[in-house]
Design a protein around this ligand. Structure first.
Ligand SMILES: [Zn+2]
Length: 486
């Protein structure tokens, strides 16, 4: 599909406005499953990095790329990785890039290179190790069942298949995914990286974008949840680890039966894993391999030069697989990314660790309620909104109060979850709590908050300074500590 540049720019703008509206709406939904794209800078330079669509045994591919000086126009992004929420720096992928005409490059056998004959995922793991970085691998199960299908043109968004995605590539489904690469999954876990659920078969949840019009979609929530459970179980069998996050394929949320990916998240006790900074690596290759790698590195270098702290608390998107030209610029860009991050004093940690340090986008360490909010979240209180905000200055409503108080830590079954439960785990023993839509006008008074809290806490001390959510959190945290819950 060829898109002329002005039309494409306009589409992106419209999409940006829609995203903003959607994000505001999410700010009215109190939920155990938040869409986490980034968190408030936690006072130190830490950042997370996610690697999508692997693991893969395929070796890195630099291809044979003629530098023919061709001028390219932007291609649509397949993963729409970066959602510019919450201010801060967001850099879209640069575009020395090329549009639809099939790439002139041959996807040749990989040249001997720095990966020493290892598969791409193994190579990425070695690079991460070299820098003491811990990544978040957003893995798939297998795409081997996604047939009959036909391969699309190289260089376009259907290169991995017309009806479905195929990883590592069309016809090479046995070279990627947890089912075909159990040893890679175990190694990822063993080396301290996080695993997250990118669905078993990587089938998009629904039709919502013209660019995926030929795709077969999930039929609805039941199928999506069954698919997520299938991968959750496989990963648990391989590693004894319960995943805590999921990222829907291509960020398509709406399902044909009216449900959304958020329903699937709640069903699974997952958070929705988004990203705020695009590492690139999925677009068609540029005129030369060097340029393709540079296109991935430049945005990060420029962002850090402009503001050395800009990546603190962000989640960087990366690709653990081929780009649309069947090359793997990530194989070389990752090292350059990590060198940059090291130069500016960053540590790369897993998404779970990042969220444990700073759970929300809008509560910074300097805020009075930071500590309280973080500890309540860790203990499993449901205090946050779908857009990963806490809104410390907003008045607490009666609906919120009831949800916070009826949170899993207070389950009357005595099923209190110790420690870092968050909204997660999938242990199955905890009663699930669904999202509630709040009515901002239905505010609770300090008296109502105190009275409701006294029903569940044995020991009560004072009352919140106001009905602002931040003040209520500080007070609730004090009660939770007094009562041995936090
Ligand atoms: Zn994907």
């Amino acid at each position: 599909m060829a898109l002329n540049v002005p039309g494409y720019t306009l589409l992106r703008k419209a999409n940006g406005v829609l995203k903003h509206i959607r994000n505001e709406r999410r700010g009215l939904i109190l939920t155990p499953s938040r869409r986490i794209a980034r968190v408030a800078p936690p006072g130190e330079r830490i950042v997370a990095m996610t690697f999508d669509d692997g693991p893969t045994k395929m070796p890195p591919s630099r291809g044979t790329i003629p530098d023919n000086g061709r001028v390219w126009t932007p291609a649509p992004t397949p993963e729409d990785a970066a959602s510019p929420v919450g201010g801060g720096v967001h850099t879209a992928p640069p575009s020395p890039y090329t549009s639809s005409p099939p790439s002139p490059y041959t996807s040749s056998p990989p040249s001997p290179d720095s990966s020493g004959g290892a598969g791409l995922t193994e190579h990425l793991l070695s690079v991460l190790k070299e820098f003491g970085a811990r990544g978040t691998f957003d893995v798939v199960g297998s795409t081997a069942e996604n047939y009959p299908d036909a391969a699309g043109e190289p260089g376009g968004q259907y290169v991995f298949g017309k009806k479905y995605d195929h990883y590592a590539a069309f016809g090479l489904d046995d070279m990627a995914g947890a089912e075909a690469c159990p040893d890679l999954i175990r190694r990822i876990a063993r080396e301290g990286h996080e695993l997250t659920n990118h669905t078993f078969r990587h089938i998009i949840y629904g039709k919502s974008r013209a660019m995926y019009s030929s795709r077969v979609t999930m039929s609805g929530l039941a199928e999506a949840v069954a698919d997520l459970k299938r991968l959750h179980t496989l990963i648990y069998e391989l590693t004894k680890i319960e995943m805590r996050f999921t990222r829907p394929p291509h960020y398509v949320d709406k399902m044909p039966d009216g449900h959304t990916s958020f329903d699937a998240c709640e069903e699974m006790d997952y958070h929705y894993l988004s990203a705020s900074f695009d590492g690139g690596g999925y677009l068609p290759s540029a005129a030369s391999y060097t340029e393709t790698v540079e296109a991935m590195v430049r945005p990060m270098r420029e962002a850090l030069e402009a503001d050395p702290s800009c990546l603190a608390g962000q989640i960087i998107f990366q690709k653990d697989g081929y780009n649309m030209s069947k090359h793997t610029p990530i194989a070389d860009a990752l090292k350059l990314h990590l060198e940059l991050l090291e130069k500016y004093g960053y540590r790369v940690i897993t998404v779970s660790e990042l969220v444990a340090r700073s759970p929300f986008e809008d509560v910074r360490p300097a805020h009075d309620c930071f500590e309280a909010v973080r500890e309540l979240d860790k203990a499993g209180f449901i205090t946050g909104f779908r857009n990963n905000r806490f809104y410390p200055e907003r008045a607490m409503t009666r609906g919120e109060l009831n949800t916070v108080i009826a949170t899993p830590v207070f389950n009357l079954t005595g099923d209190a979850r110790p420690g870092n439960a968050g909204a997660t785990g999938g242990s199955g023993s905890v009663k699930r709590h669904r999202a509630i839509k709040i009515d901002k006008k239905d505010q609770a008074s300090v008296r109502q908050i105190s009275a409701r809290a006294s029903e569940v806490f044995d020991r009560i001390e004072g009352q919140p300074a106001s009905n602002k959510r931040g003040d209520v959190a500080v007070w609730l945290h004090k009660l939770a500590v007094l009562n041995g819950i936090c």
